[in-house]
Design a protein around this ligand. Structure first.
Ligand code: TPP
Ligand code: MG
Length: 810
């Protein structure tokens, strides 16, 4: 256990404590808080003197976090924000050296386990993935899900972390998963600033947890400000716990237990947390602990000073009610320690923090110094034999003179040296180039890796199993094929759960889950409220805790209501923890054309541009969708599957191995071979393209049709590029806006697959119009690509290159 941590285990019951034991505990608590404060003060100085770029700290919040940490147990979870360093130190989930390593952006997960230097300071996470991609034992560890800078953004995930305990406690089939839970006894601790309670995500989460009755403990750190904006402009009645009183449970109702306590009152805080968390853990009732009268001794962050917007009176009050000062005074008044003893403790703490800071700084700066020396020597060496001697010497002189250099400075120097000697060919330049290439690979690993898990558990490693069909294979509605796939998977893997609006009792609005709630129970196939952001958050939290959720967003248009969680949290999780965490959530939705402005959306560009870090699957029919679910459920990375809204009642043959066959991700399929034009399409427009084939044949045009099947990854075998080698013409058809999903596909084929090399005419896209489609068939016809549009666009491209053979239609 790190030396800063509190010792929660084996703590004797309060009544059994001798006064000396009690004193020892209190003094240690104060030490943890005081060290944390020193870290804040020193951290700010490090930013202001230029060693770090930005600082945001937990000063003024120390005492409440010590009280909270006392109730945090192995198996528990935290989803919090940037003020929680004291809690992290007190639980031992982080320590002072890691605190400074992150401040200095040390890109090594040994030094900054939370993010490998990727996140701003005070953004916490524990690593729950082993280097081989497997899970650690979460029940035997204290767990912290990865912080984000977006205030309130973590609330939906908190709901999922808490909901997992409910499933582990109530679903007897999960009894064997003791790496993840012990009878659902784990509490999910959330923290949030008072200002961030104004976010919709907070209210959505708060209501959902009250409905679900999950062990979620939200602490509000209320310092009466959100940067410069005071409480009266943030919160009705300036008091969040007062406003939320309607959520208080009453005899015979569900709801919350709501507590309010002052942030400088050590004794009251300890008592409150003990009551609140015990109740939450034992009864699975959500609790709110509103901690008021907190302060910000150093203001909001290093970006500004709070003297600009706080009154003199407020600043004076904050000085007086500084929680550590109040605790110190209470310790003296209660004869727990003398002023001299505390002075001594404080001096030692200051020294200790300073040492930790120096060590962390030396570790990163020595690494960089070594690299800088190597690079400078190589450039000097090159200068000896180069016609650009003076310029090269100037480069190394500048590099060596850098104050607090970074890897950026080294790389800039080398790249410049290589540029100005581009016409020279000598051993020294080769050596410099080799060094550059080696370091570049290391920097790629430091700064560009782990968007996905890069582990054996990647769905890209799931073996390909072809679908098998009996001779008398049944011809079913597409939805029934999916239903059979889900049924087989629910039977196979007890960890799988599905939830969303209308998913439970009726088995979703298109009946993919029909009958499955009856068969597997409402803990596994579950209705939710209309709350897209927390449906996704619920999935994120569950998947972090070892379950295999399928979170359903009823229509693709409604993804917008959850896009912050999908983009900020889910998509970035692997990257922002340098592969320390994963959330293998499968998001199921349906879309493309149907009816009206909100049920015909195909915002693939939006998805592709906001969800790098998810696999994006766009199956053309329900059999392909089933194969993709089979793949994704056997891998452990997040994905979005967009089913075709107009495809559920089309007939498809039921594979005999409907729960086993897999569709590999990133593998395009040539649906029809042809020689004149390559047409690339997916989802619902693909069917239209296939319908166009015959009429185009009659017009003397033989098209090749390719379905990429997944947009991310995209056609990893270059099937599209290869096809262009044959046809020399490219048309991309989708029903997103112009310049959206189709532009992405065009870039992949023309640029990444070198498609431009084969083209003998302008590559084209056929898309929807710039607006959403009006309601009704005419609205669809005049807004989305139609059969006529596909035929005429292809014909037009042929006409352009051979007007004699293909005279203009109009
Ligand atoms: C979604 C989002 N909106 C705005 C911001 C900018 N921002 C960062 S901190 C902050 C104030 C937060 O205040 P509060 O929730 O009271 O927390 P405190 O910093 O006071 O502890 C704001 C507006 C952000 N990071 N994320
Ligand atoms: Mg605040």
């Amino acid at each position: 256990m790190p030396e800063t941590a509190l010792d929660n285990t084996g703590k004797p019951d309060a009544v059994e404590l001798s006064f000396d034991d009690f004193k020892g505990i209190v003094i240690n608590d104060y030490r943890v808080g005081y060290e944390s404060r020193q870290a804040s003060l020193l951290g700010r100085r490090e930013v202001l003197t230029g060693k770090a770029k930005f600082g945001i700290f937990g000063d003024g919040k120390e005492v409440a976090q010590i009280a909270m940490a006392k109730m945090f147990r192995k198996g528990d979870w935290r989803a919090g924000y940037y003020r929680d360093q004291t809690f992290m130190f007190a639980t031992g989930m982080s320590n002072l050296k890691e605190f400074f390593a992150q401040l200095y952006a040390h890109p090594d997960v040994e030094k900054d386990p939370a993010s490998g230097g990727r996140q701003m300071n005070c953004h916490y996470a524990t690593r729950f993935i082993n280097p081989d991609g497997t899970w650690i034992n979460q029940a035997e560890n204290m767990n912290c899900s990865s912080d984000m800078s977006t205030t309130g953004g973590h609330m939906p995930r908190l709901l999922g972390l808490a909901y997992a305990s409910k499933l582990y406690r109530q679903n007897q089939e999960l009894a064997g998963f003791d790496n993840f839970s012990v009878n659902g006894n784990e509490v999910a601790f959330g923290t949030l600033g008072n200002g961030s309670t104004s976010e919709g995500l907070f209210f959505e989460t708060f209501n959902a947890a009250g409905v679900l009755q999950v062990p979620m403990a939200i602490s509000i750190w209320d310092d009466a400000y959100a940067i410069s904006v005071p409480a009266k402009l943030q919160t009705t009645k300036e008091d969040i716990s007062e406003v939320l009183q309607g959520f208080q449970r009453m005899p015979g109702t569900n709801g919350y237990e709501i507590f309010k306590v002052r942030g400088w009152d050590y004794v009251a805080l300890c008592e409150t947390y003990e009551r609140a968390i015990t109740m939450c853990r034992e009864q699975h009732v959500p609790v709110l602990i509103h901690v008021t009268e907190m302060t910000q001794p150093q203001g909001h962050s290093t970006s500004g000073s709070h003297e600009r917007y706080k009154s003199k009176e407020r600043l004076a009050w904050e000085d007086e009610y500084d929680c550590l000062l109040q605790m110190r005074q209470w310790m003296i008044n209660s004869a727990i320690a003398t002023a001299e003893e505390i002075d001594e403790l404080e001096a030692a703490a200051k020294k200790h923090v300073r040492e930790c800071q120096r060590e962390a700084w030396n570790e990163i700066s020595n690494e960089i110094k070594t690299e800088l020396d190597e690079a400078s020597k190589l450039i000097d060496q090159l200068a000896l034999y180069s016609g650009k001697n003076e310029e090269l010497s100037a480069i190394t002189a500048t590099l060596r003179a850098c104050i607090d250099p970074g890897r950026k400075d080294i790389m800039e120097a080398i790249r410049k040296a290589l540029r100005i000697t581009v016409t020279e060919n000598n051993a020294e330049r080769h050596e410099l180039l080799n060094w550059y290439n080696t370091e570049n690979a290391r920097n790629k690993d430091r700064f560009n890796s782990k968007l996905f898990s890069e582990s054996p558990q990647s769905p890209l490693n799931v073996p390909v199993v072809a679908p098998e069909y009996d001779e008398d294979a049944k011809l079913l509605d597409g939805r029934e094929v999916l239903n059979a796939c889900f049924d087989a998977n629910f039977e196979r893997d007890k960890r799988i759960v599905a939830f969303g609006e209308d998913v439970g009792a009726i088995g979703d609005v298109n009946q993919g889950f029909a009958g499955l709630q009856n068969k597997y129970g409402d803990l596994r196939i579950t209705d939710t409220g209309i709350r897209e952001a927390t449906i996704i958050g619920q999935g994120v939290g569950l998947s972090i805790r070892g379950l295999r959720p399928i979170a359903e967003i009823q229509y693709m248009d409604y993804l917008l209501y959850s896009i912050n969680v999908l983009s900020d949290d889910l998509a970035s999780l692997s990257y922002r923890t340098s592969g320390g965490q994963k959330a293998p959530l499968i998001v199921r939705t349906r879309g493309h054309r149907l009816e009206g402005i909100w049920h015909s959306g195909s915002p693939m560009g939006l998805i592709l541009n906001s969800m790098r870090g998810l696999h994006i699957c766009v199956p053309r029919n329900m059999t392909q969708a089933a194969g993709m679910y089979n793949t994704l459920l056997r891998g452990e990375e997040p994905a979005l599957v967009v089913e075709c809204l107009n495809g559920y009642r089309l007939k498809e043959k039921l594979p005999a191995n409907v729960g086993e066959f897999t569709v590999p991700l990133g593998k395009a399929e040539v649906l029809k071979e042809g020689s004149d034009i390559t047409v690339v399409s997916y989802g619902s427009t693909l069917r239209i393209v296939m319908e166009a084939v015959d009429e185009l044949e009659k017009l003397g045009i033989n098209i090749e049709v390719i379905d990429p099947q997944t947009l991310y990854p995209f056609d990893t075998d270059n099937a599209c590029g290869k096809s262009l080698g044959k046809t020399n013409k490219l048309l991309v058809v989708d029903e997103d806006l112009p310049g959206a999903g189709s532009a992405y596909i065009l870039q992949k084929i023309v640029e990444n697959q070198n498609g431009y090399y084969h083209l003998d005419s302008q590559p084209r896209t056929l898309t929807a119009k710039d607006h959403r489609p009006p309601y009704g068939s005419d609205g669809d016809y005049f807004s989305k690509p139609s059969l006529d549009d596909v035929i005429e666009t292809v014909y037009g491209m042929m006409s352009e290159s051979n007007p004699t053979k293909y005279p203009a239609i109009y």
